[in-house]
Design a protein around this ligand. Sequence first.
Ligand SMILES: Cc1cc2nc3c(=O)[nH]c(=O)nc-3n(C[C@H](O)[C@H](O)[C@H](O)COP(=O)(O)OP(=O)(O)OC[C@H]3O[C@@H](n4cnc5c(N)ncnc54)[C@H](O)[C@@H]3O)c2cc1C
Length: 306
Amino acid sequence: MSNKTFDLIILGAGPAGLTCSIYASRFKINHLIIGKTLGGTITEAWKVENYPGFKQISGVELGQKFVEHAQSYGLQIIESEILKVVKKEKNFEISTLDNKSYPAKTLFLGLGTKVRRLEIPGEQEFLGKGVSYCATCDAPLFRNKDVIVAGGGNSAVTAALHLSEFANKVYLVNRGEKLSAEPIWQEKVLANPKIETILNTNITQIQGKNFVEKCTLDNGKTLEVAGVFIEIGVMPAIDLIKNLGLELEQGDLIKIKPDGSTNIPGVWAGGDIASTMHGLEPRQVVTAISEAAQAAISIFKFLRKS
Ligand SMILES: Cc1cc2nc3c(=O)[nH]c(=O)nc-3n(C[C@H](O)[C@H](O)[C@H](O)COP(=O)(O)OP(=O)(O)OC[C@H]3O[C@@H](n4cnc5c(N)ncnc54)[C@H](O)[C@@H]3O)c2cc1C
């Protein structure tokens, strides 16, 4: 266990966690970030076109810029998986996969989301053998092949567009009667001759020998494909912190007050793991960073009083 008790430990190194850190550094709050993926989920975005200041930037580059900015204050980021978060008498204690534990007076929860699965036969079996949850990461592996993208929101539509730069053919299979992605992305899909949109349809099974070879659909058709990209949304990553007794709302999102604080004294949250006063949408980088900045200011005031 680290001897040092941090004033603040930030859980998660995505846009929310890194922004909270930038503000905390400027307030001279003695803190630490622990996160698995530096830069967070935005690193999975093929192109980001709605983050002010950058007309277009890749998600990887934007994530790296956030990391570099946070590190420029001399901060150490622990790149590890968090296994346990417990409330002790005075402090909180965070345990990581590398058998270390870190005590802290306050916490900021910026753990984001985890992917939603189709829960169909073959999905787990062929994970990494044709099944993927990240088109940005895996698209180049499917050069000149046929692939399916499951979903109809922004993630699915941008995944289909990105895949069309490599694949021979992209089937965009959506269970709803229309796509829900932003119209500007939908127009690009319609204009792309490599993408065929199939609506009102579910994928029921993924099959193959060693790797994915085909998918059956509930419209009676079978598509011969080498890749299946599942882009059907995400769920808040709250399993790890359920034991803290946090109040949840809007489908397992952490309920936060306008200053980012939660019902547990000493715990703040922000970004995709938290609810907003405006409802569920949009969960974006801009919402994550604004909540995180607000939380850092509130944490600073709390620590000053304690
Ligand atoms: C394909 C795709 C495209 C997108 N495109 C856009 C876009 O164009 N514009 C836009 O604004 N938004 C976009 N988004 C949404 C955006 O990525 C999120 O809103 C944003 O990343 C939320 O930030 P966050 O910090 O709350 O969570 P995340 O970015 O999800 O960060 C969570 C952090 O917590 C860490 N973590 C979670 N569990 C653990 C654990 N057990 N141990 C250690 N660390 C853990 C993760 O590793 C990560 O560092 C896109 C998302 C996807 C998936």
